[in-house]
Design a protein around this ligand. Structure first.
Ligand code: NAG
Ligand code: NAG
Ligand code: NAG
Ligand code: NAG
Length: 545
């Protein structure tokens, strides 16, 4: 009754009963900056994703956090991970913790406005007790997995804990283990489920579909890069075999995007949809996590605070956007989607808790106005041995390092500027679907947008002190120097001082990381070889001893 009243009220007051837009949020896993065609990549064909980019708005400064768990927590809460204790590393499958139950999550906000919420794919925000899993956190269905990765065919997640390799099946249909999906390629499983959700959706209600693909995250260490043979063979002129397999995985992800858009069109929902496509963090490049993404020419890999880790490939597409087919240069942070979607749902923004870090960026984005967002806390890890970084306007400070600086380089892709086939973009499923709503893709526009998207590194100034953030803080002007070549820390002590103050100000707001040590009870060998909510049951370890 209360919910009903709320819907009527919000409908009456804000949107005057205009139908709320469907929100389709497609999260890629570990996709790199240079892995999408619209950023200049020619080796991997992302025709469907590109079609959305050219007829939507390319998010040029789409900031995410360095890792999976922190980024997903930020998306779900609208808060920087330092404010929810989700900043340190990722949730390992055997660890008994998760995103605090006192947080109200994005689907719970949207439900207040009548949205029907579905999640497909990866959760990675806690599962040791059932109440941490999606169905208890605002979603009405979940086909997917609870941990951070899985094999693309057998859906087993292997993780090392207590110097043992723990093996467990991790694929569920709502709360039930989906053993029957053994052997079906994950990207196809998630695509088919999304298609089914859209087909079955009651068109008079708004839909929130959160499709969190496992692609292009690596699978288990003994078979990290896995795609159907025919998708790999398509890329047989990529000479690096890891990159070739990666291309196969990514082309399946791109096909998925095409199918989703086509299904929305067939259900007459596309003309009232908002599609966001973004990565959760930068690419796992050059063998990081046994993967082969590329962030070039941005610096670093996933798991760091260099731009290659936090400036993610992303776009928004919607017929509700003014002047589609452009690049938005304002900063956006993954925390911004929650208030932006709540704003679009007609929510009274003042009702959002004050401690939300996200900003409603719709007005700025839609009207190409000065950016709503000026400051981004990339992370401040609780452990002083680790990294911390904040950007304010054009200045970015980096203090401390991850992996002792091992992944602080630039990992070039050998396939820079391969030929690009505009016609294939036009003819892609997404290309044809958007064309049917009147969006056209011309070679001229594609050329212009791809050119605008190229990162110009500028020159390296060899008179400046090299950056070793594990020894002393580094400072970069990321507008002039997006590739982080020139450390201004020594040259500009005034700016360094001011950014250190900014960092310390944020540091005083950090809440302790929620991480706890793995629990032996989690071992899937106690649970029929399943990763499960072991915290809800009596300990099998003591029971058997
Ligand atoms: C579809 O949604 C509308 C609005 O919530 C509702 O009145 C109607 O009963 C629903 N239809 C079905 C078949 O569930
Ligand atoms: C690789 O093959 C694709 C077509 O499959 C072609 O577009 C591209 O030019 C080729 N690249 C090179 C370097 O031969
Ligand atoms: C979208 O298209 C369908 C079918 O043409 C139409 O019924 C519906 O009113 C349109 N919605 C919007 C928001 O334009
Ligand atoms: C943040 O504050 C803590 C506690 O005072 C300190 O140990 C840590 O070094 C600070 N971190 C940074 C990045 O300054």
């Amino acid at each position: 009754m209360l919910l009903f009243l709320l819907i009527i009220l919000s409908c009456f007051k804000i949107t005057m009963c205009k139908k709320l837009p469907h929100i389709i949020f497609i999260l890629a896993d570990d996709l790199g900056w240079y892995d999408v065609g619209y950023h200049g990549s020619g080796d991997i064909k992302t025709h469907n994703i590109d079609a959305l980019a050219y007829t939507g708005v390319i998010l040029d400064r789409n900031y995410v956090t360095p890792l999976c768990t922190p980024s997903r927590s930020a998306l779900m809460t609208g808060k920087f991970p330092i404010h929810t204790g989700m900043q340190h590393k990722v949730l390992m499958a055997a660890e008994p913790w998760g995103l605090s139950l006192s947080e109200k999550l994005l689907p719970e906000y949207l439900r207040d406005f009548g949205y029907r919420n579905h999640i497909v794919g990866k959760w990675h925000l806690g599962h040791y007790k059932i109440k941490y899993t999606p169905l208890f956190r605002g979603f009405e269905s979940h086909l997917g997995f609870w941990t951070g990765h899985q094999d693309y065919y057998d859906h087993v997640a292997v993780e090392k804990s207590f110097s043992k390799q723990l093996w467990g099946h991790d694929m569920r249909r709502n709360l039930e283990p989906a053993w029957d999906l053994y052997g079906k390629y994950s990207t196809d499983v998630f695509t088919d489920e999304s298609v089914k959700i859209i087909n079955n959706h009651n068109k008079s209600e708004p839909l929130f579909l959160y499709l969190a693909h496992t692609a292009v995250h690596s699978g288990n260490p003994f078979k990290p890069l896995n795609a159907p043979d025919d998708s790999i063979i398509k890329f047989n002129n990529i000479t690096n075999y890891q990159r070739q397999k990666f291309a196969g995985m990514l082309s399946k992800l791109d096909d998925s995007v095409g199918k989703i858009i086509d299904t929305l069109k067939k259900n007459s929902m596309l003309n009232n949809s908002i599609i966001v496509f973004t990565t959760d963090n930068g690419g796992a490049a050059s063998g990081f996590d046994s993967n082969a993404a590329s962030n070039f020419p941005l610096r670093g890999t996933k798991g760091n605070v260099w731009e290659g880790s936090v400036r993610g490939a992303g776009l928004i597409w919607s017929p509700l956007l003014k002047r589609p087919g452009r690049t938005y240069r304002g900063k956006i942070h993954i925390t911004d989607w929650l208030p932006t979607f709540v704003g679009l749902a007609g929510g009274d923004k003042t009702k959002l808790p004050k401690n939300i870090d996200g900003l409603d960026v719709w007005d700025s984005l839609n009207n190409d106005k000065p950016p709503a967002r000026r400051t981004i806390v990339h992370t401040i890890d609780g452990n002083p041995q680790y990294f911390a970084s904040v950007t304010r306007d054009n200045m970015k400070i980096i203090k401390g390092s991850n992996y002792q600086g091992k992944w602080d380089g630039w990992y070039e892709s050998s396939t820079w500027n391969w030929p690009y086939n505009v016609d294939a973009v036009v003819q892609s499923q997404a290309g044809r679907a958007v064309a049917s709503l009147g969006f056209s893709i011309t070679p001229q526009a594609v050329f212009k947008l791809r050119k605008e998207s190229q990162i110009n590194c500028g020159k390296k100034d060899s008179t400046l002190r090299e950056c070793y953030p594990q020894r002393s803080p580094c400072l970069f002007d990321i507008d002039l120097d997006p590739c982080e070549l020139n450390n201004l820390a020594v040259k500009r002590p005034d700016l360094l001082e001011s950014m250190l103050r900014e960092l310390h100000r944020w540091n005083s707001t950090v809440v302790p990381p929620r991480n706890v040590k793995p629990n032996p009870n989690a071992n899937p060998s106690f649970w029929n070889h399943l990763w499960t909510n072991f915290g809800d049951y009596p300990s099998p370890v003591t029971a058997s001893s």
